[in-house]
Design a protein around this ligand. Structure first.
Ligand code: ADP
Ligand code: ZN
Length: 217
């Protein structure tokens, strides 16, 4: 199954994509995670991406498309994949379509997670991420049981550089201008399912799993 997660920053794409990736045993490809990993390794790609990420802007389309196409050519994607954070613009969506047509495949389902923007600001300002395993917590909703460390691995929790209010507001604006048009782009395909992202993660996941099941996964 080839799956796309669509939705504003903070809607829970990463959390849901990770669960689905484990359940379906297909790789989760998060462009944001790819850039953050590149940055922590100090590569040129990471340093280039950081300029845009810190401002809440999109990394240039050509660069993102090249990275994703390279990743999709790897063997573990032959049996399906989950894209989380890509495509984020019409340019990216069209490039992905062309790429998949050349490969003789296509998208099976687009999961569009819908959320109100004030709630998103609260989620994003409260988000804390484990430095070791990437698990997400939130000071407003779901602190780790230990208080300061990751429940899963004991790692240190940190706040992403782009999770400050000013950058968050710009990410939401950029989402509205560049990414939201993809809802129209994909709703025409009949493969898009819109899910209410304001519910608890487990409830959102049940809806997603149901939608994926009904498509034959
Ligand atoms: P979120 O969905 O919470 O904004 P991500 O980790 O998906 O977080 O993305 C963080 C940042 O990485 C974005 O604000 C953007 O700068 C960059 N980025 C991620 N994916 C893309 C993409 N497909 N195109 C352009 N920039 C991207
Ligand atoms: Zn951890």
């Amino acid at each position: 199954m080839n799956i796309i997660f669509l939705g504003p920053p903070g809607a829970g794409k990463g959390t849901q994509a990770e669960r689905l990736s484990k359940d379906l045993n297909v790789p989760q490809i998060s462009t944001g995670d790819i850039f953050r990993a590149a940055l922590s390794q100090g590569t040129e790609l990471g340093l280039e991406a950081k300029k845009y990420m810190d401002a809440g802007e999109l990394v240039p389309d050509e660069l993102v498309v090249r990275i994703v196409e390279e990743r999709l050519r790897e063997n573990d994607c032959k049996g399906g994949f989950i894209l989380d954070g890509f495509p984020r613009s019409t340019f990216q969506a069209e490039a992905l379509d062309r790429f998949l047509i050349e490969e003789g495949s296509g998208i099976d389902i687009v999961l569009n997670i819908d959320m109100d923007s004030e709630e998103l600001v609260k989620r994003l300002t409260g988000r804390r991420v484990c430095r070791e395993c990437g698990a997400n917590y939130n000071i407003h909703y779901s602190l780790p049981e230990t208080g300061g460390e990751c429940d899963q691995c004991g790692g240190e929790l940190y706040q992403r550089d782009d999770d400050n209010e000013k950058t968050i507001r710009n990410r939401l604006k950029v989402y509205g201008q560049q990414t939201e048009p993809l809802i129209d782009y994909y709703s025409g395909t009949g493969k898009m399912v819109t899910v209410d992202g304001s519910k608890k993660p487990g409830e959102v996941y049940d809806v997603i799993r149901g939608a994926v099941n009904s498509l034959g996964a």
